[in-house]
Design a protein around this ligand. Structure first.
Ligand SMILES: C[S@@+](CC[C@H](N)C(=O)[O-])C[C@H]1O[C@@H](n2cnc3c(N)ncnc32)[C@H](O)[C@@H]1O
Length: 303
């Protein structure tokens, strides 16, 4: 494992147990697989895992997820190639679980590639309703398309817009804004996409993230919901972005399910204060979930 970058220390006061946090970052990530109901029954999937020599357990808060040990590699089984499951970290499954779209609803995944959450949303919708999977990046869209095909998703269509420019003639019941971020929470994956340089690209991200969140809210029907998520702990990309949206649009921050192993969002950071409602958002640390770092905010559009 790579050395922990000193910048991780900036979260020393934010995290509830600094030593446990650092220790968890040094451990390899467990393998989590999400059962895909479009291709196989749950019973047959569980039997296959066992036949392949895996020990598995279910995780609280994500009903279709299995934590698995003993497989040669999540992409090395025929069950993977048949689309019986999708490898997806526990915390990465939480945004769709929280958004919870009903069958028959209109849903947009604004930043969708490579499609883990899109295919999960489709499963929650039981393949009924319109699911638009959008991403800006052409090569990542190829992976998205391949994943949706392998998983047999029947109700998704793919678009390639810069999310900020997504056409406003469409309206959705739910929008997932799983935005590009500095990716600190992916540190345990081969050192992650983690870029500790907050003076570099990370500095421009909050502006893009806010533009994506405002667009998501704009094209959501009144009464509809938006799930804003990042895989970073940086408050600049998390609470600060949600607070900025709160000051511009008529929205309500919804409480998250009580059984989720997260820490409430914060209301001040480095001299900036935010409304108390931000404590309804949630930050996920690796020592609580043994998974990636994540942040989720569930928003309802009022007007
Ligand atoms: C965190 S990843 C999304 C992961 C995906 N939701 C999943 O679960 O598999 C962020 C995605 O946003 C895309 N992206 C970056 N900037 C964007 C923009 N301005 N508009 C739309 N998508 C963008 C990237 O190509 C990347 O695929």
């Amino acid at each position: 494992m790579p050395e922990l970058p000193p910048q991780i220390d900036r979260y020393g006061d934010l995290v509830d147990d600094r030593d446990a946090f650092l220790e968890a970052l040094r451990r390899p990530l467990p393998t989590d697989l999400r059962w895909n109901p479009f291709k196989v029954t749950r019973e047959r999937f569980e039997e296959r895992l066992t036949a392949d020599g895996a020990q598995w357990s279910r995780l609280e808060g994500s009903p279709d997820l299995y934590r698995v040990e003993g497989l040669p590699g999540p992409g090395l089984t025929w069950a993977y190639h048949l689309g019986w499951y999708h490898p997806q970290g526990y915390t990465s499954t939480l945004p769709p679980v929280i958004l919870d779209p009903a069958a028959g609803s209109d849903v947009l995944d604004l930043c969708a590639s490579p499609g883990g959450k899109t295919s999960q949303l489709a499963a929650q919708m039981m393949g009924h309703g319109v699911l638009v999977a959008n991403d800006i990046n052409h090569s990542r869209i190829s992976i998205l398309a391949a994943n949706l095909e392998r998983l047999g998703v029947p109700n998704a269509l793919i678009s390639q817009y810069r999310g900020e420019n997504f056409p406003e003639r469409f309206r959705f019941d739910h929008v997932l804004a799983d935005v590009p971020c500095s990716g600190e929470g992916t540190f345990r994956i081969d050192g992650g996409r983690y870029n500790p340089d907050r003076s570099g690209r990370a500095r421009t991200l909050p502006r893009i993230q806010l533009a994506l969140l405002l667009k998501a809210l704009k094209i959501t029907r009144p009464g509809g919901t938006v799930l804003y998520s990042t895989c970073t702990w940086a408050p600049e990309e998390d609470e600060a972005v949600v607070a900025a949206a709160l000051s511009r649009m008529e929205i309500e921050i919804l409480p998250l399910p009580g059984n989720l192993p997260g820490q409430p969002g914060i209301t001040s950071w480095e001299g900036t204060d935010w409304p108390d409602d931000l404590t309804r958002t949630m930050r996920f640390w690796p020592h609580h979930t043994d998974s990636w770092g994540f942040y989720c905010a569930h928003l309802r559009k009022s007007g």
